[in-house]
Design a protein around this ligand. Structure first.
Ligand SMILES: C[S@@+](CC[C@H](N)C(=O)[O-])C[C@H]1O[C@@H](n2cnc3c(N)ncnc32)[C@H](O)[C@@H]1O
Length: 208
């Protein structure tokens, strides 16, 4: 595989410099909030350890998952975005989260790896040729028995006006990418942001 095929051709830094983040809703998806209130989530999602939100955007999912027992890290390829995040969350360190600027495909992974990763509009933001690399990387960075939460979007196979990205996905694509190394523990239709009704599912995958 050539080096080019490991990299996106989308200029995310430019989008952040121009203030273009039309995917953003300013808060965690109600589908995620609802999931975390379920018994399944209580049993399946580790309450402590190290968590990661790759392509964290405006960062509220990172803040949402952080707790006294769980350190959360937001990963962003755009330095402009990380600068904005550091201004927005001056107390992040005290609240047990932080942000780093690096590429998901080659950032430095802590020795114990992550036991929680949350993907929302990250897989769909990359060109389809990068999907096998996304799955390989998820397998590398998540510890055994750790979980990957995927808020799957857009799983109706339709392109959005002005897109792609997002590049259309399907439940089957997630299965094909993850089934070798992850066990699907939970999946449900997601009631998230109103404009995305019928286009989302939420799933918890456990690393084998
Ligand atoms: C569509 S946005 C989603 C942001 C956030 N997850 C949300 O739901 O609002 C995708 C984000 O991923 C970041 N990104 C894209 N490719 C990346 C990579 N290879 N490594 C780290 N971040 C990346 C972009 O800068 C962008 O902020």
């Amino acid at each position: 595989m050539s080096e080019d095929q490991l990299r996106t051709n989308i200029d995310w830094e430019k989008k952040w410099q121009q203030g273009r983040s039309r995917w953003d809703y300013g808060q965690p998806s109600p589908a995620l909030v609802t999931l975390l209130q379920t018994e399944e989530a209580r049993v399946l999602i580790p309450a402590s350890g190290l968590g990661l939100v790759p392509g964290c955007g405006h960062g509220y999912d990172v803040e949402f998952f952080a707790s006294e027992k769980r350190h959360m890290r937001g990963l962003e390829i755009s330095q402009t975005c990380v600068d904005l995040l550091n201004q927005k969350y001056p107390n992040a360190k005290e609240e047990n989260f932080d942000f780093i600027c690096a590429d998901f495909f080659d950032f430095e992974v802590p020795e114990q790896k992550y036991n929680l990763v949350y993907d929302y509009t990250f897989l769909c933001a990359m060109e389809p040729y990068l999907r096998p690399q996304w799955a390989k990387r998820m397998n590398e960075i998540i510890a055994k028995d750790g979980v990957l939460i995927t808020l799957m979007y857009p799983v109706n196979g339709q392109e959005e006006e002005g897109g792609p990205p997002p590049f259309p996905l399907s439940e089957e694509i997630y299965h094909d990418l993850l089934a070798d190394n992850f066990e699907l523990m939970y999946i449900n239709d997601a009631i998230g942001h109103a404009e995305r009704f019928g286009m989302e599912k939420i799933a918890i995958w456990k690393k084998k």
